[in-house]
Design a protein around this ligand. Structure first.
Ligand SMILES: N[C@@H](CCC(=O)N[C@@H](CS)C(=O)NCC(=O)O)C(=O)O
Length: 213
């Protein structure tokens, strides 16, 4: 059995999409970030960086295994099942390359856009300029890649697509006022978004976790 600790954010939706794609049995435990539940001692024992997502595989070889950081979880699940990440060779490293690009670039920069454009009570012209321009540059890099390939890391659907999708989808939602116009100028990203949005597992994963708060 797998236990996923997550919340309704872009990083939080990657692993539900992956688990839905794989069809593995799992349970979700919500970690309500609005109530600071990520700082509870029980959650910190699993995720010492106080961030979701985190996964516990109770049936891992050698005993229960807990993992935090979404990329590590995606690679673990892909290796466990032999799906959505080639086992070896150049194609594996292309997937890891784009997965790293999302973790080190797209996610953190869009996160800063969310902070400065939506959440922060103070506005900063310099921060807005820096993070909006960098978001546009990153979307341009993705658009160029997707003009040459069906999926983010090449011609096969992979964990790189799963990592990127919830972040780009947020530009159609909460970040639309800030970045919608820039996304509109990226036709290959839009083609790829439509392709992913049509996948039932992506639809189910994007609707998780279910919350009452
Ligand atoms: N690099 C991490 C980022 C995770 C992350 O930033 N999670 C956010 C939600 S999207 C979080 O838990 N924030 C809570 C906090 O910072 O206290 C990953 O990919 O797992």
């Amino acid at each position: 059995m797998l236990t996923l600790y997550t919340w309704t954010t872009p990083n939080g939706r990657k692993i539900p999409i992956m688990l839905e794609e794989l069809g593995l049995p799992y349970e979700i435990k919500t970690v309500n970030l609005g109530k600071d539940e990520q700082f509870s001692p029980a959650f910190l024992a699993i995720s010492p960086n106080n961030k979701i997502p985190a996964l516990v595989d109770h049936g891992a070889e050698g005993g229960p295994l807990s993992i935090f950081e979404s990329a590590a979880i995606l690679v673990y699940l892909a290796d466990k099942t032999g799906k959505l990440l080639p086992a070896a060779g150049p194609a594996r490293y292309k997937v890891l390359e784009w997965l790293s690009w999302q973790i080190g670039g797209l996610g953190p920069i869009l996160g800063q856009v969310g902070f400065f454009e939506i959440h922060s009570p103070e506005k900063s012209a310099l921060a807005s300029k820096r993070f909006l321009e960098e978001s546009d540059r990153l979307l341009g890099v993705l658009d160029k890649q997707l003009s040459q390939h069906t999926y983010v890391a090449g011609d096969d659907y992979s964990i790189a697509d799963i990592a990127c999708y919830p972040w780009v989808a947020v530009i159609d939602d909460a970040l639309k006022p800030a970045l919608g116009a820039r996304l509109a100028g990226k036709p290959h990203v839009r083609r790829w978004m439509d392709l992913l949005a049509a996948r039932p597992a992506v639809q189910r994963g994007m609707a998780l976790p279910k919350t009452t708060d």
